[in-house]
Design a protein around this ligand. Structure first.
Ligand code: PLP
Length: 372
């Protein structure tokens, strides 16, 4: 046997080559290796620096000896607990390996070649993947004043439109669409359009006109609300998200679901997290104070920022964001650059603990002085 290649590798579907890989926030370990520094803070992926609920940690520790068994594929206990929590029937809930997985299932279940998926730009990049993977036409509608332009999105709808994605609050800008704006949009959409309301930051939003996606589901609308344990509940590493929609939609997603899509420790952690409302309250409070602190710093430094309803702030550093990013990294602070979102002088910074926020602001001041 020679080790020479004797044949060409099989051809993958052409649209696989069109997929734009998700660029994750730089992991702490990588920055340690590359820059030879320690004591790094990651404010790049909108994780909750306060960490998970101690109740969740204890429940997960107790569950570890059982990991030899497959998880409950139906997420029976968690689904019922979520149903009680949001006051919806259990057949209106599906749990995913992160809400990311549910975005993938939405594409597989609803998009045929030539169908259209509409989403905003810049917004969460995973919506485009759901479209591209299924040979759908992706229609990216630019934000207006950093906010979803629902009128332009409605105008983009055709008889081939199947999915319309709205991140509310939006990532990376932190803006929301209001209840009135969403009501207007839903009133004019044709029945074949499913609105995907990605509410990954639902628990952080506190504007009085912020709409609750589940209310639309209760009204029998073609809406799926996606929520997650990755953000305020600080369980991102376990990958647990969920969707709430009318039973027919949940049925379709279950048809394409992997049989054991949610791991057992994640199910236990999520369940226990719901029994600790303090976790959410504390997360909200620390975040609200942190946002105010960051706004004040921006004002002092003369940097424009977008007021946020989430746990991150999108600000204009008024310098090339790659350069700002690199120099922040050397000071052990990881953020996101705006260039990946098409805004080359913006950065997105996650609201951290008071200490982390102060360290970010100090580092940013030094960096801006260096670049002046
Ligand atoms: C973080 C994030 C998610 C991902 O959530 P997972 O449940 O961790 O997959 C989904 N949508 C948006 C807009 C996000 O920012």
């Amino acid at each position: 046997m020679s080790d020479k290649r004797v044949c060409e590798p099989p051809k993958f579907r052409p649209n696989i080559g069109d997929l734009v890989p998700y660029v994750p926030g730089k992991p702490i370990e990588e920055v340690e290796r590359e820059y030879g520094i320690t004591d790094i803070i990651k404010l790049a992926s909108n994780e909750n620096s306060l960490g998970p609920s101690p109740k969740a940690v204890a429940a997960m520790q107790a569950a570890i000896p059982q990991v030899g068994l497959y998880p409950d594929g139906s997420c029976y206990a968690l689904t019922r607990r979520l149903a009680a929590h949001w006051d919806v029937p259990a057949d209106q809930i599906i749990v995913g390996n992160g809400s990311d997985e549910l975005l993938h299932y939405l594409g597989v279940a609803y998009l045929e070649a030539g169908d259209e998926a509409i989403f905003a730009h810049p917004s969460f990049v995973r919506y485009a993947s759901a479209g591209v993977l299924n040979n759908a036409r992706c229609v990216a509608v630019p934000l207006k004043d950093f906010t979803h332009d629902l009128e332009a999105m409605a105008a983009a709808v055709t008889d081939r439109t199947k999915l319309l994605f709205i991140a509310n609050p939006n990532n990376p800008t932190g803006t929301i669409v209001t209840r009135a704006a969403l009501d207007r949009l839903l009133a004019q959409l044709p029945e074949q359009v499913l609105v995907v309301l990605d509410e990954a930051y639902f628990e952080y939003a506190d504007a009085p006109d912020y709409p609750d996606g589940v209310a639309y589901v209760r009204q029998g609308r073609n809406v799926i609300a996606l929520r997650t344990f990755s953000k305020i509940y600080a369980l991102a590493g376990l990958r647990v998200g969920y969707g709430i929609a009318r039973p027919e939609i949940i049925w379709a997603l279950n048809q394409v679901r992997e049989p054991f899509n949610v791991n057992s420790i994640g199910q236990v952690g999520a369940l226990a997290s719901l029994d600790d409302p303090n976790q959410v309250e504390r997360g909200r409070r620390v975040n609200r104070d942190g946002r105010e602190y960051l706004y004040a710093a921006c004002e002092r430094l003369g940097l424009p920022y977008v007021p946020s309803q989430a746990n991150f702030v999108f600000l204009d550093a008024l310098k090339e964001s790659r350069a700002v990013f690199e120099r922040l990294l050397r000071r052990g602070v990881i953020v996101r650059t705006g260039d990946i979102f098409g805004l080359p002088t913006h950065i997105r910074v996650t609201v951290g603990t008071p200490e982390e926020n102060a360290r970010f602001v100090r580092a940013l001041e030094e960096v801006l002085a260096e670049l002046a």
